[in-house]
Write a protein that binds this ligand. Sequence first.
Ligand code: SF4
Length: 389
Amino acid sequence: MNILLVVPDFPFARKSKNHHEFIPIGLLKLASYYRSEVSGIDQIKLVRGEVNNIDFTPDLILVTSLFTYWSEYVAKSTHYYRGVFPNSEIIVGGIYASLMPDHCKQNTNCDEVFTGLHPEAEKFPPEYDLMFEENDPPMQIIHASRGCFRRCAFCGTWKIEKKPSDKKSILSEIRSNKLIFYDNNFLQNSNIESILDELKEATWKNRKITCESQSGFDGRLITTHLARSLKEARFINPRIAWDGEYSEHKDIENQIRILTEAGYKNEDIYVFMIYNWSQTFTDTEKKRQKCWELKVQIADCRYRPLNQTFDYYNAKLKQTNDDYYIHPNWTDGEIKQFRKNVRRQNICVRHGFSYYSRDLEHKLINNHIKQLTEDAWYPDEVTSLIDIR
Ligand code: SF4
């Protein structure tokens, strides 16, 4: 039996730190499961996008999916391989498949849509040798838990991973010096103390490891003790979420204080901030300015509904709901202005600047001259909308 694993050619941002080489963890675990549990497996190959040099005829083609608004990339890959291998069975799984199975079936013309986690494959380690020579990944995606006990309206986690589960230990799974935890709510793990204790001492190839939580930490669960343990376990760039109203700012300030007292620098802390959401541009700007006051960075998350099947957002164009989702409380101009403000503010926070200047950023002016420039933008000022050009 031959199996082809397909990652559609998703448009990851070039600068995306942990996504520049997207690791399809679900497909790699399935490869491991098939190799171990199913007899008669001859070849398994992983490809990205539509490739034409596959030197075998697959019996089974497994296609992964991500966000619903990237559904067209899944359809493109599936239709391509249907054309090349008309007799192969094609199964699509992943986030889009799980959230919109009927749409996925129709859109991709696959044989089967697989929803949720594969309970058997979940027990197997990812087959990194399909991606990296000598089975040695530059970073390892790992889960210490699944699911989340909260029910945020904009989040699909609790709809896909319906039953939260916690691991007691992840020590035996470590295969890299850089661990990226993909837990949706890392701190909710009932064994969090012992997991952090083992990470403090963990090594790979006789070197200590560093850790990062891709989804950030549930700030409401952070305690002084946990923050210290995160620091001692070498977690970098801690992120907390501020999805609610501006009135929650005291709680956010407290969470940041706990992290800084544990040894994190303000500029290394990120606050996840949803926008294009129920809070208006003006209210979200107040939250941005509070982050400026606290000198922490913002990880901005543009809201898209969980059944949005396209996204042609372009920061340089004037656009409408036909191009991408615009919340009734927001306008296209406000969305782009907020994104621009966050980007500029983060530059100021990272470099300790008191104002942003495009000229300075592009080094048109000697960086040592900190005089007022004509295009100076101050993060603590309320921004009026600027035309998107
Ligand atoms: S806390 Fe995070 S993972 Fe949990 S439901 Fe809310 S957004 Fe989703």
